[in-house]
Design a protein around this ligand. Structure first.
Ligand SMILES: CC(C)(COP(=O)(O)OP(=O)(O)OC[C@H]1O[C@@H](n2cnc3c(N)ncnc32)[C@H](O)[C@@H]1OP(=O)(O)O)[C@@H](O)C(=O)NCCC(=O)NCCS
Length: 167
């Protein structure tokens, strides 16, 4: 991805620290669908975020995390996280722009695959992801899902594990 990528009506760019509060508000607004993130966590990992803007307004965000514990550490797995688009800006391709922006951002690192845990598998299927057994991402379940306050068991949680091979 170039420093900024254009799509009719939307601009994609790397997040800056000035975006942190708006990203926090957007993720919090979607707390039913997304893992909550404290503001400090967003600041700490701001280099992993992309944001989408329309008319100078931040309307969407997405982030990633590298998981060397899933698969071969030298061809690690990357998780797509915190994908959200503000309601009035949906169904214009901005979510897809954000996820494909993350793909382009991490591709130079040569990861083997992207994963995501999601309640909207059809959105990710439209970009080539396919469902994978949750056992494939056991480390993520141990580290992330252990602190979940919504579901007692990651295997009965309604989120789907999705995978996109990059090699
Ligand atoms: C999921 C979300 C990011 C999609 O954003 P968006 O900008 O509307 O998505 P796009 O316009 O790029 O949609 C791309 C494709 O995904 C599919 N899609 C989009 N939203 C969908 C949904 N809610 N359910 C099922 N499929 C969906 C459509 O097939 C669409 O293709 P089309 O426009 O050719 O029909 C947005 O609905 C959102 O912020 N939801 C709340 C947070 C969330 O659930 N995030 C994902 C979890 S990780």
């Amino acid at each position: 991805m170039s420093a900024t990528a254009q799509q009719p009506g939307a601009t994609l760019r790397p997040a800056t620290l000035r975006d942190a509060e708006k990203i926090h508000a957007l993720v919090h607004l979607h707390r039913d669908e997304l893992v909550p993130r404290p503001l400090g966590n967003i600041v700490e990992h701001i280099d992993r975020f992309l944001v989408a803007e329309c008319d100078g307004e931040l309307v969407g965000c997405a982030a990633y995390q590298i998981w060397p514990e899933i698969g071969d550490p030298l061809k690690a797995t990357v998780e797509v996280q915190s994908v959200a688009v503000r309601v009035p800006y949906r169904h214009r391709g901005i979510g897809r722009l954000l996820v494909m922006g993350i793909v382009e951002k991490v591709r130079p690192f040569s990861p083997r695959e992207l994963i995501v845990l999601t309640l909207t598998p059809a959105f990710f299927e439209s970009m080539g992801f396919h469902e994978t057994p949750k056992t494939h991402i056991m480390h993520k379940l141990y580290v992330g899902c252990i602190n979940c306050t919504k579901h007692a068991n990651p295997f009965t949680c309604p989120e789907h594990a999705m995978l996109l091979e990059l090699v």
